[in-house]
Design a protein around this ligand. Structure first.
Ligand code: TRP
Ligand code: ZN
Length: 468
């Protein structure tokens, strides 16, 4: 699903291509052009020019995949239900590594070629017409090793399975995709693993896992649109606890046996914090909540939709509150360009501060003041409103992004501030949004001009003087 802003930018670009490729003699009496143009190899994010692809909009992915932890082989099919947004002669998918055995489009074998992490599929597709592409592939997943963005990410083999955390562009390490958050889609997962291994994906488990011939298939379904980086196929030995939160949301918690002592705590905190955020941010946007602790020592957590994951540590309440706040900010309301990442991380960090205050620990104001007092903090050199492509996850995007929200709150007052936050979550639920849309909403609901405040907190270098 593409959001309006992006779709129109893309069609604008492609119309230019179409016009310039018309022959000067004019083709008007030949009727509509027979063949379209090649779909772009990027979705249009200037900082990540080959992430995602142009010319189509994915509605649904069906991933039917088997993984064998012993051989580290992933094999199966990805089915992509999409709609062309232009007349196309070919389109691209993002895929890293693997041997592709076959591609079909509309049930017919389609020629394809590969170059780096781009796969080009030849197919004549008409604007506005739905199509189905099926890719059959196998091989050993190759996670992305990236020193500037938090180390390895994507599909990471572990000693008993896989740890799948794909932000910002690691979906391509396990399925062919339009790998950019601007094109969200719903998902079905049919994951087959050796008996005794648990396979965890997003959304809800459909029925009981079925075993035959030494293998078990887990069927999961995510019915709400999801960014590709939030999709997961985490496998291994897990202890699982399921139930329902006090407010009635189903909870799925899973821990590697090494974290056995954490299972009940993770289960209860995940339900309780989800319920609390629902009272602050508005109704929980998904059908279930939960969390996963694996023993792969990534040292970080990721807000995988409905299934935040914690990599090799006992998560404290701060990080659980952070990942669950992302379910509203990042997962339900998603960015359409990576430079707007503070809309995810600033909001989730602000939520941590709210949780601290709610627990009777440091208040939001105390935490803000502590950061503000540190005049030497490198966050003052990095304006968080424009995340830098080589340093997306800089502490400023988190901490100074959260401080920007607190400066806004101080300026407009508690009531208007929380109205803005709830309206943001409601207006863009399941969609995409930009920083400009957030600042416009804040001005509209407060009736104030906030250019100076947002300028100092989000866009200018130096420690702001406007404290709200
Ligand atoms: N979004 C994560 C958080 O703030 C951090 C993160 C960024 C991450 N890139 C990642 C986690 C890659 C895992 C993998 O909680
Ligand atoms: Zn985060």
């Amino acid at each position: 699903m593409l959001q309006g802003r992006f779709t129109s930018a893309l069609s604008g670009a492609l119309i230019v291509v179409t016009l310039t490729s018309c022959s000067p003699s004019g083709a008007s009496d030949r009727g509509p052009a027979r063949s379209g143009t090649a779909g772009a190899s990027g979705i249009g994010d200037a900082d990540f020019p080959t992430d995602g692809n142009g010319g189509y909009d994915v509605g649904h992915y069906t991933l039917a995949l088997g993984y064998d932890p012993a051989s580290r082989r992933l094999a199966g099919t990805t089915t992509i239900d999409a709609t062309a947004t232009e007349n196309l002669s070919s389109f691209n998918l993002d895929l890293r590594g693997f041997t592709v055995d076959a591609v079909t489009v509309g049930g017919r074998s389609a020629p394809f070629s590969r170059s780096g992490d781009e796969m080009t599929v030849t197919a004549d597709l008409r604007k506005g017409v739905p199509f189905q592409a099926v890719v059959t592939y196998q091989g050993e997943p190759q996670p992305v090793r990236d020193s500037s963005n938090l180390g390895s990410y994507g599909f990471i083999p572990t000693k008993d399975g896989s740890f799948v955390t794909a932000e910002p562009n690691g979906a391509k390490t396990w399925f062919p995709s339009n790998d950019h958050p601007a094109d969200k889609a719903t998902y079905d997962f049919r994951l087959t693993v050796p008996d005794g291994v648990t396979a965890i994906a997003n959304g809800e488990l459909q029925g009981r896992p079925a075993s035959s011939g030494g293998k078990t298939t887990f069927v999961w379904r995510e019915t709400h649109p999801m960014a590709s980086y939030l999709a997961t196929m985490t496998t291994g030995n897990f202890l699982v606890k399921t139930g329902t939160s006090e407010a009635g949301t189903p909870v799925y918690a899973a821990v590697d046996p090494r974290y056995q002592g954490q299972l009940t705590r993770l289960y209860e905190l995940s339900g309780r914090i989800t319920d609390y955020w629902s009272t602050i941010f508005g109704p929980y946007p998904f059908k279930s909540t939960g969390g996963v602790i694996d023993d792969y020592a990534s040292g970080y957590a990721l807000e995988n939709q409905t299934k935040p994951i914690y990599g090799g540590f006992e998560p404290d309440e701060g990080i659980i509150s952070h990942e669950l706040a992302h379910q509203w900010f990042g997962d339900s309301v998603s960015i359409s360009r990576w430079k707007d990442l503070w809309l995810n991380e600033g909001f989730a960090t602000y939520a941590e501060w709210l949780w601290s205050e709610h627990q009777g620990q440091g208040t939001v104001q105390q935490i803000f003041d502590r950061h503000y007092r540190n005049a030497e903090d490198p966050i003052w050199n990095y304006p968080p409103g424009v995340a830098q492509k080589n340093d997306l996850f800089n502490n400023s995007v988190y901490t100074r992004g959260a401080m920007a929200l607190h400066a806004l709150r101080t300026q407009v007052g508690d009531q208007t501030f929380f109205t803005i936050i709830r309206r943001w979550a409601a207006d863009h639920q399941y969609g995409n949004a930009t920083t400009e849309q957030f600042t416009a909403l804040a001005e509209q609901l407060s009736g104030q001009k906030l250019g100076e405040l947002f300028g100092q907190w989000l866009f200018d270098k130096g420690r702001p003087t406007t404290l709200g």
